[in-house]
Design a protein around this ligand. Structure first.
Ligand SMILES: Nc1nc2c(c(=O)[nH]1)N[C@H]1C(S)=C(S)[C@@H](COP(=O)(O)OP(=O)(O)OC[C@H]3O[C@@H](n4cnc5c(=O)[nH]c(N)nc54)[C@H](O)[C@@H]3O)O[C@H]1N2
Ligand SMILES: Nc1nc2c(c(=O)[nH]1)N[C@H]1C(S)=C(S)[C@@H](COP(=O)(O)OP(=O)(O)OC[C@H]3O[C@@H](n4cnc5c(=O)[nH]c(N)nc54)[C@H](O)[C@@H]3O)O[C@H]1N2
Ligand code: SF4
Ligand SMILES: [Mo]
Length: 734
């Protein structure tokens, strides 16, 4: 270390595990990152992505100042003032001329990894008053939100497996050894799974691929992709049929248990075995193990969500937790309580029952072109292109894209690419890179690199396996010419809503005022808030109004975090259904079950495609960091030896893969880690379009798996794109 080097704590924003890092800083450059051993949650854990924090932070391809498109069509660097002037000159007029629906908003995954992305988009949507809202959720976890909304009355009430205390974990379509966990924030997920095995617990993994996680399991079931809802229904059926269902104290909070039993009668292990390609005896055994375990947690992720029956599978995951009495009990699946959560509601006076809530409604409006119902105020991102390129009243003419790259992450990127290029009057991207999506923007507003931003996990603390809270300020001062992402968001909100020129603090003041009103708290509290910035004052307010009554000052005094204890039962605080009870068989679910029943007779396609993630990658935007790419982190088509022989592919030869949305090519990687009948491609590749500025990624572009999709295949209840179990044909490329 040179004499001017120092260290600073920074919570890692690169995945949901939220590890505490210790950054080494020379001058204003991050030269190293290691796990913070004093972090009260991650205790020193780090993965290769976190270790590459410095390289990612200092990527020379990151934009520093805004880009604005000139009359000649070229994007050029400009001042922040000129960029916001242009937005203010264009957006309000567009809304005036064509109405609020003419503006679409796309919010991508990194919004849940930044403070700005958590604090400001709700205000942006309120300012724009558009229903054309699309997010990465409809490529991801929307089925879980919908099932939670229906079961518990709150789309955000997502129980997480009590990883550190459970005796039995049933993992479905999740690969936390590569992803480091999702909707289950657990730094060192691999270590926690090994600890489960060490204390005598058991791990069952259901995945068509023999993943690194599956290799750790006591039992790995290589299910046929897309059949999980059937398997889960058969597990629930078996619990009921064999009188193994025992909700215990949950019973008094349940509605519809008899109706549930009746609805599942057709889904016997024998009936689902062929469709799942799992024998009935195995299914029965899994159900019995689940029931016999002192405590158990069922947990499903991407492979159970982004499929045709995603909402049904997500619902059945919690049905199993409920039937086995594991919901809301230590060692089972519990609802975390974050420091910035709404203060819990008390039970109905004089009872142990929840106060009835407003419930959860689906389909309050629909998309213009295909009539897709909204879910949680969002429309399916798979329908974004048609909402732009289909003429008619209410067409999207302008787009605000924040931290999203749908040209690669959503179905049929070619169609969306063309729509963004030819059919929009105006587009703004808030993005550090000029990539496949942002290259179409008229204005690109680049946030600073993570070392120059403060960090707080508004989203992930409510999915954490242990209640805790941590806050880290920017590790390095904001460079000249740069703008903090919170200020970018605040100025954007002012510019689109005709308040251009007002101080950005006005946005935060309004947010504070609204929060105080909503909480029924005295307005004088606003004057007591501490903090150096608008976001810090808002964080301070949320902490003070939150369930632990903390303050920003306390967080600053504990740079390695504050331990808030293990997860505790709190069902009655969580329930917000109209009945005040868990609604086990909600009407929209019951109405979707016949579709699942029909799937019992489906003849499987000879080859179906599933995705995969790599430890050193993250969706579409981390292929530009040299230290993270190469080796096994490549865009290959994994195919089983039997299938390769059948279609005539040799290892390393180029395969042509075709499906409804088009065809792509990728080198074949012959491996028996995928089951026969299944091929696998990673997503986020396809960096070959012109006009981007990601030099490392462009040198190894890979192919865009989502070009195989035409955008019509959705889980109907949630509008989530089907990204797994896609029928494909594979041939050697000519
Ligand atoms: N086939 C297939 N497709 C998939 C998936 C799959 O499993 N299979 N997974 C889906 C899932 S789970 C998700 S979440 C989506 C993700 O879909 P997206 O959110 O559209 O994709 P990301 O690649 O995460 O891109 C995020 C964008 O944010 C930018 N960015 C990075 N850091 C910041 C920041 O600090 N601030 C701002 N403003 N921008 C930033 C990046 O440059 C990039 O342009 O992809 C989905 N697509
Ligand atoms: N390294 C890395 N980490 C990441 C990301 C990343 O891109 N790279 N992305 C982040 C994001 S946005 C998310 S949402 C999370 C996702 O976190 P996970 O869900 O844990 O991620 P995946 O690795 O996609 O795991 C999904 C698994 O489902 C399997 N699968 C596919 N189809 C089916 C099916 O029909 N049934 C069953 N049972 N299994 C199936 C796949 O083989 C795969 O192993 O990861 C996050 N963390
Ligand atoms: S596991 Fe996730 S949060 Fe932890 S260091 Fe790796 S990328 Fe960062
Ligand atoms: Mo995701």
């Amino acid at each position: 270390m040179s004499h001017d080097s120092r260290t600073a704590p920074r919570i890692c924003p690169l995945c949901e595990a939220t590890c505490g890092l210790t950054l080494t800083i020379e001058g204003t450059t991050v030269t190293g990152a290691r796990g913070d051993r004093d972090d009260i949650f991650s205790r020193g854990f780090i993965c290769p992505k976190g270790a590459s924090f410095g390289g990612l932070d200092a990527d020379p391809d990151r934009l520093r100042v805004p880009l604005v498109r000139g009359d000649d069509g070229e994007l050029r660097e400009t001042t922040w003032e000129a960029a916001f002037d242009l937005i203010a000159a264009r957006m309000p007029d567009l809304v005036k001329a064509h109405g609020p629906q003419a503006v679409g908003v796309v919010l991508g995954n990194p919004n849940v990894h930044t403070m700005a992305g958590s604090l400001y988009p709700p205000l942006l949507l309120a300012a724009l008053r558009t229903r054309n809202v699309f997010t990465a959720s409809t490529l991801d976890q929307m089925p879980k939100h919908v099932s939670s909304g229906l079961l518990f009355g709150d789309a955000h009430a997502i129980p997480v497996p009590d990883l550190d205390r459970t005796d039995h974990l049933l993992l479905i379509g999740a690969n936390p050894l590569e992803s480091n966990g999702s909707l289950c924030t657990a730094p060192d997920f691999p270590g926690r799974l090994r600890a489960l095995r060490r204390r005598g617990g058991t791990l069952t993994v259901i995945d068509p691929r023999r993943t690194r996680t599956a290799r750790l399991a006591d039992r790995h079931v290589a299910i046929r992709p897309g059949a999980d809802a059937l398997l889960l229904a058969a597990l629930a059926h078996t619990l009921i049929d064999e009188k193994l269902a025992d909700p215990g104290p949950l019973a008094e909070h349940l509605d519809g248990i008899d109706e549930l039993a009746a609805a599942l009668t057709d889904f016997t292990p024998d009936a689902v075995a062929a469709a799942c390609d799992v024998d009935a005896a195995t299914i029965t055994a899994i159900a019995r193990e689940l029931a016999a375990a002192p405590t158990a947690a069922v947990y499903g992720r991407i492979g159970s969500c982004t499929v045709e029956h995603g909402t049904l599978a997500s619902w059945l995951v919690d049905v199993l937790n409920i039937l086995t009495g594991n919901l809301d009990r230590p060692g089972g699946a519990l609802f975390p309580l974050a420091a910035t959560a709404r203060a819990p509601r008390a039970a109905e006076p004089g009872t142990r029952s929840a106060v009835p809530g407003k419930g959860f409604a689906l389909g309050r409006w629909s998309s213009r072109v295909s009539g897709h119902p909204e879910a949680k105020g969002e429309l399916p991102i798979a329908a974004l292109a048609e909402e732009i390129d289909t003429p008619g009243e209410g067409r999207i003419r302008a787009l605000v894209v924040v931290a999203a790259n749908p040209v690669l992450s959503a179905p049929d990127g070619d169609r969306l690419d063309a729509a963004l290029g030819d059919k929009l009057d105006f587009m703004v991207s808030v993005d550090p890179y000029l990539n496949e999506t942002s290259r179409h923007a008229d204005v690109v507003l680049p946030p600073p690199p993570p070392s120059q931003s403060a960090h707080f996990d508004f989203a992930f603390n409510s999915f954490a396996v242990h209640n805790q809270v941590r806050y880290t300020r920017a590790a390095v001062p904001l460079e000249d010419e740069r703008m903090d992402e919170s200020e970018i968001h605040a100025r954007l909100i002012l510019a689109v809503s005709g308040m251009h020129g007002a101080p950005p603090a006005a946005v935060d003041d309004l947010a504070v005022d609204t929060a105080l009103t909503r909480a029924g708290a005295p307005k004088e509290l606003a004057a007591e808030l501490t903090g150096e910035s608008g976001p810090e004052r808002r964080l301070d307010l949320m902490l003070r109004l939150g369930p632990y009554g903390l303050t920003l000052e306390q967080l600053l005094a504990h740079p390695h975090g504050i331990d808030l204890g293990p997860l505790k039962p709190r069902l009655t605080e969580v329930l917000r259904t109209r009945s005040g009870r868990i609604e086990l068989l909600p009407e929209p679910i019951a109405a979707d079950l016949p579709r699942l029943r029909r799937a019992l007779g489906d003849r499987p396609a000879p080859l179906v495609l599933v995705g995969r993630r790599h430890l050193r990658s993250n969706n579409s935007w981390m292929h530009n960091v040299g230290s993270l790419t190469g080796g096994s982190n490549v865009c290959t088509l994994q195919i089983h030896p039997d299938d390769a022989a059948r279609v005539g592919l040799v290892d390393g030869a180029t395969a042509r893969i075709e499906s409804a949305g088009g065809g792509i090519e990728a080198p074949a990687e012959i491996t028996d880690t995928v089951r026969s009948g299944v091929v696998s491609l990673p997503h986020g590749w396809g960096h070959s379009r012109p006009g981007t500025r990601m030099s490392v990624a462009a040198a190894h572009p890979g192919a865009n798996v989502n070009q195989l999709l035409d955008g019509t295949l959705l889980d109907p209840l949630s509008g989530t794109a089907v990204l797994n179990a896609i029928p494909v044909s594979v041939t050697p490329a000519r």
